[in-house]
Write a new protein. Structure first.
Length: 96
């Protein structure tokens, strides 16, 4: 798929062709150019959609990585805390 800049340049050229076809009242040429403009616009929208999806996916990956790091830090802190406290022996209950 072409890059965004290439598509925009092509769109500008097509708009000039469309204006020329309108002035000269070339209906077949006008129809052809309008269809091409439509397809270029669709390609531009598809590129925008792909970029938005990629952005959302990158944010999701970053959120997962952050959550995993936070969880790892919490586990490490709990292990350190447990190691620092002396082990408590359960009290024996006496039956009468």
């Amino acid at each position: 798929m072409p890059e965004k800049a290439e598509l925009k340049t092509q769109m500008k050229e097509l708009k000039v062709q469309r204006a020329s076809a309108l002035e000269q009242k070339e209906h077949k040429e006008l129809k052809k150019v309008r269809r091409i403009i439509r397809s270029v616009k669709r390609q531009l929208r598809a590129l925008a959609r792909e970029a938005a999806i990629a952005k959302v996916q990158a944010a999701a990956v970053q959120a997962r990585e952050t959550a995993a790091a936070t969880e790892a830090e919490a586990v490490a802190a709990a292990e350190t805390e447990a190691a620092a406290e002396p082990a408590q022996e359960p009290e024996a209950t006496q039956a009468s």
